[in-house]
Every structure is written in structure tokens, then in C-alpha cells.
Design a protein around this ligand. Structure first.
Ligand SMILES: [Zn+2]
Ligand SMILES: [Zn+2]
Length: 424
């Protein structure tokens, strides 16, 4: 028997309703904020990610799903941003309009040792605003993330924000950290000893206890920031205050990818454990140029959908919105039923029938389990009279309806039904 690849999951129909709920809410809100959906391939040239995310980024060094053939090395995308930037450049979207806002849903892949809470295929919902340096767009993106969380009914999350500054400031921050941490090198974990010379920022989010203690002692200020970057961050904070978005400034927050500049943020949730973020994002003002495009500034974020699932209660599971169930008695009625069912479906009435040879009682039970509002009965009598017996499950009533009027009658009944529901 075949099994799933470790670190992947089947999302079965019962759970898919929750996914659709999350996506539908997100689509509505993203539309309100004027973001447009973009869909890019899950496979890209591997160098897009090593170039974009940084050669020493953990994702690139340890977690890339590589596919090699004779000439090329491809990678299953580990995140969405680099692909979207690639698409923006390749399709000359900057020539159409310099400023664009995109959102995306989809699977991402990381070659991790499968363990609790870590999947090799997981899903992101993300948004990217490309082409503006205006702090208003940082503010919009963070408040959009906040609005999404509220709309999904997530409680108890914290938004942490920080600024890395422009590339010059970031260099200063790196030098500062290298200097401060050099004397502590021996006490750092093995990985951080390597990071000290290659990716020192990464030490700040090391999960090792010893490293955490050392970095907690660092007095990180905003001294590495130039006046412009300080002003930008001030504007972002006061904008968030003005919108009532709650956040805390976390000077240790750096994010692990090379492309981040200036504003970075992370959404934490207690239920996920101290280290796990629900989502994260920030500015990446040089990535487009770095990947061969024009010099345009960007900001974006992504949420992990599997993690969201752990902290939301999606709306009650539905039956998938089935309205009617057709029960036929006898061969003749079954044949006629096929036509009836087809008419109903083509007229926008979601319905189902029995394909398992159930008895009348069994079919009624099946209808009940599906939670349909109406059961349509078609037997010899009804065929003769050219009618259908319509049982209203909620009202407990039934009536004969002529075939000519059936569609109209059913639509009426559904309107009544939903009105009755509203009154209750
Ligand atoms: Zn700066
Ligand atoms: Zn460490």
C-alpha cells in the first residue's frame, strides 16, 4: 500500500471546508485593500532562491527541495516572494504600472526532517506591494495582516516590529553584532559559531538556550540607523498607532532572509510555542534590482495556513451547501429522475440522489445525514400525475408540485427557508 511522502498531508473534504473558509475571508479582505491575485509555478530555477534569499540563509542551505537534470537545477519554491518578484520582472509588470499589489495562496516546500509542526509541503497566504518606499504602505501591509487575523477570529496574537535599516545600516548592525558576539563565540552553539562570520543576524533568532541568553544581554538600540531610516520607522509606528494596530517593538527581530531591509514584522501566538510565528514579513527594497529588475522598493508578508488552522475555529462545518435530495422509486422514476436532477443542477439548485440502491427508508436517512433542506420524491404515482412530492425538512410539511412549476417553487421555498432562519 502506498503512503504519503513524510512531511506531507492529505486535506480531506471535511477539512477542506475550513481551508475554503480561510481563503474566502482572505479574498474578500484582500480585494477591499486592492490586492490582486497572482499565481506562479511551484517550481523555479534554484538560483532564484539562493540569489534572492541569501546563499547562507537556512532555507537555501538546508531546506531546498532540489530537482536536478542534465543542465539545470530547479527548486520547489520554499516561499512566495522571490517567485513573485521573478514574475514581476519577467512579465515587465513595472512597464504597465510601477506600483502593484499582489496576493497569493499556495503550497511551499522545504526539505525538513519531518517532525511535529514541520511539514515538507505547507501552505502560505501572502501579499506583496511592489514599487513604493512610502511608509504608508508598510503601515497598510501590517494593518492588513492585523485585519486578516481579526476576520479569521484569531485572538491572543502579538505583532512584533523592528527595522533593520537600509543596506548601509544593516552592514553597521552586522559589524556591531560581530564585534559584540566575538568574545562570546565559545559559548555559542556550533551553528552560531559558523553564523558569526557568515550570517550573524541569524544568531538573534537561534533557538538554543545558551545563544538566547547571550543575545538577550545585547543592548540593541537604533544607533545603526541613518536619519532617513529612523524617520521611516517613526512614521510606521505612528501610522499603526493611528489605526489602532497593537504592536511591540522588538529590537531582536531580524528575520532570517537576506532580502529584508527597513521594516520587519512577525506575528506570534502563544498557542504555537515561543518560537513559532503565525506569519511574518517586511520590506525588501533591493530584491527586485538584485534579481535583475528595476530599482523598486517592496513590502509584504505571508501567513502559514496550517498554523492558522491551529488558532482559528472555522465556521461550523457545512454539508457543502446541498439543498435537495432526490429519492426515486422504481426503474421508470429512476430514469426520469436523471433528467430532473440535471435540470435542477443546471438551474443552480445543488442536489444529490442515491447511487447505492437504497430503500426509501435508507434514502431518507441519507438525505437527513446530508442535512438537505428539501427531499424530492418521485414514484409511480408522481410520474403518472407529472408531479414531484416536495418535503420541506425544516417545516415538516409536504406538497405535490407540478413538474412545470418545480424549479420556480423550489427557489421560492429556499427564499422562505432562509427568511425563517433569519427570524430564529
Ligand atoms: Zn538607513
Ligand atoms: Zn545558536
Amino acid at each position: 500500500m502506498y503512503k504519503r511522502v513524510p512531511g506531507t498531508r492529505d486535506i480531506l473534504p471535511e477539512e477542506v471546508y475550513s481551508w475554503q473558509w480561510i481563503e474566502e475571508i482572505a479574498r474578500g479582505i484582500l480585494r477591499n485593500y486592492a490586492y490582486q491575485e497572482i499565481r506562479t509555478p511551484v517550481i523555479e530555477e534554484a538560483s532564484l532562491f539562493s540569489r534572492g534569499l541569501g546563499e547562507f540563509a537556512e532555507i537555501v542551505q538546508k531546506q531546498m527541495f532540489l530537482i536536478k537534470n542534465k543542465e539545470d537545477t530547479y527548486a520547489l519554491r520554499p516561499e512566495g516572494t522571490a517567485s513573485i518578484v521573478r514574475a514581476y520582472i519577467e512579465n515587465n509588470l513595472d512597464k504597465i504600472k510601477k506600483f502593484s499589489k499582489f496576493y497569493y495562496f499556495g503550497p511551499m516546500f522545504r526539505l525538513e526532517r519531518p517532525q511535529k509542526g514541520r511539514l515538507r509541503q505547507f501552505h502560505h497566504i501572502g501579499a506583496e506591494a511592489i514599487g513604493s518606499i512610502d511608509p504608508n504602505i508598510d503601515i497598510e501591509v501590517i494593518s492588513l495582516a492585523d485585519t486578516l487575523l481579526r476576520s479569521w477570529g484569531v485572538n491572543g496574537y502579538q505583532i512584533q516590529i523592528n527595522t533593520l535599516g537600509c543596506p548601509e545600516d544593516k552592514k553597521k548592525l552586522v559589524q556591531l553584532l560581530e564585534k559584540e558576539l566575538k568574545d562570546e563565540a565559545a559559548a555559542l552553539c556550533q551553528e552560531c559559531q559558523v553564523r558569526l562570520n557568515k550570517n550573524v543576524l541569524r544568531i538573534l533568532d537561534c533557538k538554543n538556550e545558551a545563544c538566547k541568553q547571550i543575545t538577550a544581554k545585547l543592548k540593541l538600540q537604533d544607533k545603526h540607523l541613518c536619519a532617513d531610516c529612523q524617520e521611516h520607522f517613526k512614521e510606521v509606528r505612528s501610522g499603526l498607532d493611528g489605526l489602532g494596530v497593537k504592536y511591540e517593538v522588538a529590537r531582536h527581530l531580524v528575520r532570517g532572509l537576506d532580502y529584508y531591509t527597513r521594516t520587519v514584522f512577525e506575528v506570534k501566538h502563544g498557542q504555537l510555542g515561543a518560537q513559532d510565528a503565525l506569519g511574518a514579513g517586511g520590506r525588501y527594497d533591493n530584491l527586485v534590482e538584485e534579481l535583475g529588475g528595476p530599482k523598486v522598493a517592496c513590502v509584504g508578508f505571508a501567513f502559514g495556513v496550517e498554523r492558522l488552522m491551529l488558532v482559528t475555529q472555522p465556521a461550523a462545518k457545512t454539508t457543502g451547501g446541498l439543498t435537495a435530495y432526490l429519492v426515486t422509486l422504481g426503474k421508470e422514476a429512476s430514469r426520469e429522475g436523471r433528467i430532473l436532477l440535471d435540470q435542477l443542477r443546471k438551474n443552480g439548485i445543488p442536489c444529490e440522489t442515491d447511487y447505492e440502491g437504497r430503500s426509501l427508508k435508507g434514502a431518507m436517512r441519507a438525505a437527513n445525514e446530508l442535512g438537505v433542506k428539501l427531499v424530492l420524491l418521485l414514484g409511480e404515482d408522481e410520474l403518472k400525475k407529472n408531479v414531484v412530492m416536495v418535503k420541506d425538512m425544516a417545516a415538516g410539511s409536504q406538497e405535490e408540485v407540478s413538474r412545470q412549476e418545480l424549479i420556480e417553487k423550489l427557489k421560492e421555498k429556499l427564499v422562505q427557508n432562509s427568511k425563517r432562519k433569519d427570524q430564529n
